[in-house]
Design a binder for this molecule. Structure first.
Ligand SMILES: [Zn+2]
Length: 338
């Protein structure tokens, strides 16, 4: 469990809704937090779990609650250390592609036990979109008969990736990207210089977690700039050279645990989007502020139709990613559209 005292930026309506459900004792058996990565879903889920358990602790001991989670009671302390016996974390095992049916069965066993502390039992499922088909069915069984004082929280990048019967049994909560102002202000409170905050905010498209990550680990942002530079160079080479570069890029992605083909596609999407923005004279909105000059040059070099075609190709490839698409072939196809 991460630090529950970290501030939650944005998502005020969601926090208020969950707080109200807790105050009125109207907690659902299952919540589905849906929204792209790095918006703060995990932090909010952990904070919610802490709030419920902390409130429970205070009630059981006849104590008045000043603010929840208080960060001081024994439940909060256990949560901070990640050792609260009534909270189960389910995520993909390393080296595996999916969350397996066996893992969901283990979780079911845990949820079936009575609480050690006579409190709620929680399960937090990360990346629910990678539950295998069998695992989704097993999860559905739990959702059909969750048992008393059991609360599941599923985190998913897009709830449409789950079978509809799971979605319909959960309280769906959608997460949206944060406004640039909120991210910028938060980075400044963390100590970022104005120019740096501006660049990181533009680079992260409402994904505050990513912006904080880049601020706290500058080497990650440098790596991203390096990758973007590589991708930009593709636009300026002849076809033979482009194919060669693509081969090299995909090879180095294979060896990189933190950067894969889908990240490469995301970069292409951002670059193409930036070029379109420049062509439409809204360069102020571009993502890759570091490469404003290069992007402008490309905006003059390529027709709008070509960029649009490439962009729709990227979107198409992204859709097929889950089906083991041949990456090299897909990338080469994309390059041919330019
Ligand atoms: Zn507490």
């Amino acid at each position: 469990m991460s630090d529950i005292s970290r501030p939650i930026v944005g998502h005020e309506k969601i926090s208020q809704f969950l707080q109200k459900s807790l105050d009125q004792n109207k907690l659902a058996h299952a919540y589905l937090f849906s929204g792209q990565e790095h918006l703060g879903k995990t932090l909010l889920a952990e904070n919610f779990i802490a709030s419920v358990l902390c409130a429970d602790y205070h009630k059981a001991n006849g104590l008045t609650i000043k603010s929840i989670p208080c960060g001081e009671c024994s439940f909060c302390l256990q949560l901070k250390k990640g050792i609260h016996p009534d909270v189960y974390f389910l995520k993909k095992e390393e080296e595996k592609k999916n969350i397996s049916v066996e893992q969901v069965r283990e979780m079911k066993k845990f949820l079936g036990l009575t609480s050690f502390l006579n409190s709620y039992r929680f399960a937090l499922v990360e990346n629910a979109e990678i539950l295998s088909e069998g695992a989704q069915n097993a999860l559905l069984k739990i959702l059909e008969e969750p048992g008393d004082k059991v609360i599941l929280i599923l985190l998913v990048s897009d709830h449409n990736l789950l079978v509809p019967t799971i979605v319909s049994r959960c309280q769906l909560i959608r997460f949206y990207p944060l406004s640039d102002d909120k991210i910028y202000d938060h980075l400044v409170t963390l100590g970022a210089k104005r120019e740096q905050a501006k660049i990181l905010t533009a680079a992260c498209h409402g994904q505050i977690g990513q912006a904080i990550n880049y601020f706290q680990n500058p080497e990650l942002f440098s790596a991203r700039l390096e990758k973007t530079k590589e991708n930009l160079s593709l636009f300026n080479e002849n076809l033979a050279e482009r194919f060669k570069l693509i081969g090299e890029m995909l090879k180095s992605d294979e060896e990189d645990l933190n950067f894969g083909f889908s990240d490469e596609l995301n970069l292409w999407q951002l670059i193409l989007r930036d070029i379109l923005l420049c062509q439409n004279n809204v360069a102020g909105l571009i993502t890759n502020l570091h490469f404003e000059k290069e992007i402008n040059t490309l905006a003059d070099k390529y027709s709008r139709a070509k960029i649009m075609a490439a962009l729709s190709k990227v979107n198409e490839i992204k859709k097929y990613l889950a089906f083991n698409v041949n990456q090299r072939l897909a990338a080469e196809n994309l390059i041919l559209t330019l």
